[in-house]
Design a protein around this ligand. Structure first.
Ligand code: GDP
Length: 320
């Protein structure tokens, strides 16, 4: 039974990934920041306490667990928040990954043990990409502190791979679900639309409505990472970078329209207001990914359309 160690296990993608690997029969360990039991961590995950920026504490967990595959999903994951906390984002998304990689590389070899490492990279590394869709070979040119921190970690994973570690960077595009916090625009919209339909909120106040993003279903992205983890325990196929995306892009305005439609509200234009407070200093015009490599290597494909993602999130937020 392979053993995984997941950082960020209480987050949206970490919790779906833990459930996915447990269903595959894996033993799953997770790193959490506080001692208190976290209800967001799936049952049967073995919890370990360490702050990712407490480097010796993280190394102790890695040494104790001796994972076959370590998956790094811990991050300050909001671009909006990263502008306000650039040092924290550099430490948590950047140097903490160096520590984790070094801890995994330092594990003693044991017969049959194949150490793997999976890093959650981000489409934000491409910045204002000159080409669309983007792929694993698109130049990396971030335009915000979040993208810059992810670019550093991405480069580092490449270096450890070149030095012999079985390591994969998964370049994730926006992935959404009812577990998405409201700091992200999709959940802000679906939770807001649900409150508007119940008469608890009068309007949606948003930023840039014209940006185009490639929005997928978070459990599909967890499935992609699970396939990579599985493959890393079996051979070198997955020791590479992989874009995980749907290949389609839609504007934030499209998302708003689909969310109101899913809630049965036809006349919604007067319910949406733009406030400069939510407009970012820089914002990529279009992010759209080409997932051809992972489709060919591991047979992965998204299972939900854009409309189905929006409808599932609105339905969950409308539940009493
Ligand atoms: P990100 O792509 O990881 O930064 O995910 P977000 O969901 O935070 O942002 C996605 C897009 O929505 C970006 O282009 C934002 O500029 C845009 N956006 C527009 N209004 C809002 C808002 O009110 N909140 C957030 N978080 N993003 C917004």
């Amino acid at each position: 039974m392979p053993r995984a160690l997941i950082t960020g296990v209480s987050g949206q993608t970490g919790s779906y990934l833990a459930e996915n690997l447990l269903a595959r029969g894996w033993e799953v360990h997770g790193i959490q920041r506080d001692d208190a039991p976290d209800p967001a961590i799936p049952e049967r995950v073995v919890p370990h306490t360490a702050d990712l920026v407490d480097f010796p504490a993280v190394r102790r967990v890695v040494d104790e667990v001796e994972p076959d595959v370590t998956v790094n999903l811990a991050a300050l994951s909001s671009v909006a928040v990263a502008w306000a906390r650039p040092l924290e984002v550099a430490q948590l998304n950047g140097t903490a990954v160096a520590n984790l990689l070094d801890a995994v590389r330092s594990l003693p070899d044991r017969p049959g043990a194949r150490r793997g490492f999976v890093q959650a990279s981000s489409a934000e590394m491409f910045g204002q990409a000159a080409e669309s869709p983007q792929s694993e070979t698109t130049p990396i040119a971030p335009v915000n502190p979040y993208g810059a921190s992810k670019a550093y970690a991405h480069a580092l994973v490449g270096a450890y791979r070149a030095a012999g570690l079985r390591a994969s960077s998964v370049i994730l595009y926006n992935h959404e679900s009812p577990r998405r916090p409201e700091a992200f625009v999709t959940r802000k919209i679906t939770a807001g639309v649900a409150r508007i339909s119940r008469g608890e909120q009068s309007e949606l106040v948003l930023g840039n409505l014209d940006a185009r993003r490639d929005w997928g279903w978070a459990p599909d992205y967890a499935e992609a990472m699970a396939r990579i983890a599985q493959s890393l325990t079996e051979g070198d196929t997955a020791s590479a970078d992989f874009v995980v995306a749907t290949g389609e892009s839609h504007t934030i305005r499209d998302f708003v329209a689909a969310a109101f439609a899913a809630a049965g509200i036809d006349d919604w234009q007067h319910l949406v207001r733009v406030d400069p407070q939510f407009v970012r200093p820089t914002d990529a015009t279009e992010m759209r990914g080409d997932a051809g490599r992972i489709r060919h290597a591991l047979g992965w494909a998204p299972t939900k359309t854009f409309d189905a993602v929006v409808a599932a999130m609105v339905a969950a937020d409308l539940e009493p």
